[in-house]
Design a protein around this ligand. Structure first.
Ligand code: AHM
Ligand code: MG
Length: 337
């Protein structure tokens, strides 16, 4: 056995962004700068999550956020870190955060040409137990002459220029994709303080017998969903599916992206519009999954990326994952229409 071969030609996120920018002759560098600011937000959120138990950041902050959830101390810190990164890069005009009732308009940067939606810490019910949580983001480019209002974000997800998420797990994993582009995965190397390209051109397996859903809601499910999940558990032939549910969308989605299968949070009788938010949970994930060769639909079996929110915090049912698995859901709904 020889010495281990050391990779001396590492692709950091910084290098990746520079190389991407060079491919677009018309690029001004604004998008790249915005991504650098995002990168810093992810690194700093990751840092505080890792230290949370040691520096008394577990537990509630004593506030309730825009959508009525109890805010954790880390929700507040994650939100503040994210806002500050987006504000200081001077490339963002409008920011929507799960933790802010109103869209934030950066009037100090009237020339900024981007709008961003984010869930700074998704899955925060898992935080105090040290289970993976994450940040989800969506980036839109403002049309020529846009005034910079929240309406600039009330668009179908298909108009995003980029989206992705970071999962703070055993290591921090960043998954990012650009419109009509590949999906690339980066791992934060804490000693370098750099995201390193570890999963280039991610492709989701076409099928896989894993389902991921909060089965505790099954009492409230509509018939097609009940029938579909039952068909996975009691198949006419072959083995039943495995169940995996973490309760952090980022972690469930990241596993689904790597291993294949399906993740679902359907609309049901208790939450007729679904639980997850369109702008900063459903749409950005849908673009990642489509660009990786998977599918994402809402509870009406519409393409998730075609859904247009009426309000910035609107919710939707969602099914996303391997093409073959999502197709099964669509087929199961067909006989009910
Ligand atoms: P949050 O944004 O308040 O953290 O809620 C979103 C989370 C998702 O990460 C996860 O998929 C879902 O809520 C889990 O919900 P439930 O606990 O109902 O299964
Ligand atoms: Mg969330």
């Amino acid at each position: 056995a020889g010495a281990e071969k050391i990779n001396t030609d590492i692709i950091t996120l910084t290098r990746f962004l520079t190389e991407e920018q060079a491919k677009h002759k018309e690029a001004t560098g604004d998008f790249t700068l915005l991504c650098h600011a995002l990168q810093f937000a992810f690194k700093s959120i990751s840092y505080y999550i890792r230290r949370a138990t040691l520096i008394n950041l577990t537990g509630l902050a004593g506030e309730t956020n825009a959508t009525g959830d109890d805010q954790k101390k880390l929700d507040v810190i994650g939100n503040d870190l994210f806002i500050s990164a987006m504000k200081s890069c001077a490339r963002v005009r409008v920011l929507v955060s799960e933790e802010e009732e109103e869209a934030i308009i950066f009037d100090e940067h009237p020339q900024a040409r981007y709008a961003v939606a984010c869930d700074p810490i998704d899955g925060s019910s898992n935080l105090d137990a040290g289970v993976s949580v994450g940040t989800i983001f969506a980036i839109y480019k403002l049309p020529e002459g846009a005034r910079g209002t929240k309406e600039d974000l009330l668009k179908p997800g298909s108009e995003m220029v980029a989206s992705g998420f970071t999962m703070y797990g055993a290591s921090a994993q960043l998954v990012i994709t650009m419109k009509d582009g590949a999906v690339n995965g980066f791992t934060l190397d804490n000693s370098f303080g750099e995201f390193i390209l570890s999963h280039p051109n991610m492709r989701i397996p076409k099928t896989r017998a894993i389902y991921s859903v909060n089965e505790g809601n099954s009492m409230y499910w509509d018939e097609p969903v009940k029938e579909y999940i039952n068909s996975l558990k009691y198949p006419a032939e072959g083995k039943p599916y495995s169940a995996r549910y973490i309760g952090s969308m980022v972690a469930d989605a990241y596993r689904t992206l790597l291993y294949g299968g399906i993740f679902a949070y359907p609309a049901d009788k208790k939450s007729p519009k679904g639980k997850l938010r369109i702008l900063y949970e459903c749409a950005p994930m849908a673009m990642v999954f489509e660009n990786a060769g998977g599918l994402a639909v809402d509870s009406h079996m519409r393409r998730m990326l075609d859904v247009v929110p009426e309000h910035i915090h609107d919710r939707s049912g969602i099914f996303l994952g391997s093409e073959g698995e999502v197709q099964k859901v669509i087929d199961a709904h067909k006989k009910y229409v």
